[in-house]
Design a protein around this ligand. Sequence first.
Ligand code: F6R
Length: 259
Amino acid sequence: MAEVVVLGSAEEAGALVADAIWRLVDSDPAPVLGVATGSTPLVVYRALAATRGGRDLSGLRAFALDEYVGLSPDHPQSYRRTLLTEFAEPLGLDVGQVVVPDGDPARLPSAGAAFEQALAEAGGVDLQLLGIGTDGHIGFNEPGSSLASRTRVKTLTEQTRRDNARFFDSLENVPIHCVTQGLGTILDARHLVLLAFGAAKAAAVAAAVEGPVSASCPASIIQFHPHVTVVLDAEAAGELANLRYYQGVWERKPGWQGI
Ligand code: F6R
């Protein structure tokens, strides 16, 4: 089952995950990191920036999970721009080190295949950061997504558009379509790290970790992956029925050195 780590705060979670990323980076001259947008991973990006030190990050590549369709790459809410501002620039990475699905309407027919090809050429993702939607989405694989899907165009649900309206002037300005890594694409990463904070995520987390594997909760696909770490605060862990089995187990594993 997934390794479930419940911590006292989002900041502690950010520090733990940043530590895991640095162990990857320090052991591999060409690490491939899967990055997510939204509010959840910001604590990780801040912890990375605070602990970067003098590391040479020139070999690092980062691949985004998804992008809105129809926002210019420099639109402040495009995921390309967000990742540059929140993740790449604080770490001193070049623009070319971050690969984001192409949401330009003119190139949509080939956007998925082009992204999959770039990912394959980079050797696949070593560590994939994931947030989770209140409807159980990962990436923008909304309920009903094929469990074997690859990068492609999807339609955002009304709930996701409402959840994300806080980043836009109004609900009408939230794009309707996106290009997202598929669930099959995400499953190819060698280590999945799903983070969730706050009570609003508790039901989705419980469905993902303990529910049946089902397209109704796309995040439940993580149960098929051999190396998953779910990092939560107490509120996001609040609906896990088996929490007593998970809590504290991770720290007692022989030789445990972090996720
Ligand atoms: C973002 C993404 C989404 C978010 C999810 C949670 O790249 O793929 O799955 O991770 O919508 O968003 P936040 O973190 O804003 O609650």
